[in-house]
Design a protein around this ligand. Structure first.
Ligand code: 3PG
Length: 206
């Protein structure tokens, strides 16, 4: 399994993409890379997801594409075959942790309660997704975890946007943030690539 934090490098914002039409994958990824957001999470919430990942991996130099919303172990294989570099899940099951061991992908599993966080820490994950962030106390919830569980860093997603992402990033236990706000579905459907590039530029300056 590859190291998630090492793969992120200095990138602090992960756009969460739900691509309905694979034909949008390349121009969307190109706009985000031009906007200095190269780490892209394509969620397995649409039938087009695997093809979208493949198209980005094969055609967009500079993009680091991963599969998101991974609910089942088989999705690691689907993402890997398509050329993904990482996988993200909205929660964690024992089956996903097992499957991640056999996968070449970097894995970002999710947790929100202290017990979930500690279970993942025991399994070797010091970088975790905090989802759904806003529903679990947001910045307050993250700060509450920082004292008793100092060894874990989070990527909160769910309810973040340009107005609150900087405050999340300022938390001592946050290494990155993610969300759909740099590439909202409405702009993707409208093929508004220049607007998405502009949103990405603003987000990447966080
Ligand atoms: C995710 O999958 O991480 C979230 O659905 C992103 O949530 P957002 O749309 O509130 O940014």
């Amino acid at each position: 399994m590859a190291d998630f934090a090492a793969m992120m490098g200095s990138v602090k914002v992960i756009p969460v993409l739900t691509i309905a039409d694979a034909a949008d994958a390349i121009p969307l990824a190109e706009a985000l890379v031009r906007g200095s957001l190269p780490v892209l999470e394509v969620t397995f919430r649409t039938a087009a997801a695997q093809e979208a990942i493949r198209l980005i991996a094969d055609n967009v130099p500079g993009a680091i594409v991963g599969g998101g919303t991974i609910p089942q172990p088989r999705h690691f294989g689907d993402a890997e075959k398509a050329g993904a570099r990482f996988g993200v899940s909205p929660g964690t099951t024992a089956a996903l942790v097992e499957a991640a061991k056999d996968s070449s992908l970097a894995y970002l599993p999710a947790a929100v309660t202290p017990g979930e966080v500690m279970t993942l820490q025991d399994a070797g994950y010091s970088f975790q997704k905090y989802f759904p962030a806003a529903a679990h106390g947001g910045i307050f919830g993250l700060n509450q975890l920082a004292g008793p569980i100092p060894g874990v860093k989070f990527c909160p997603t769910g309810g973040l946007d340009q107005s609150n992402a900087a405050d999340y990033l300022a938390c001592q236990n946050v290494f990155a943030v993610g969300g759909s706000w740099p590439a909202p579905n409405k702009l993707v459907e409208a093929k508004a690539w220049a607007e998405i590039e502009a949103l990405a530029k603003v987000a990447s300056a966080l």
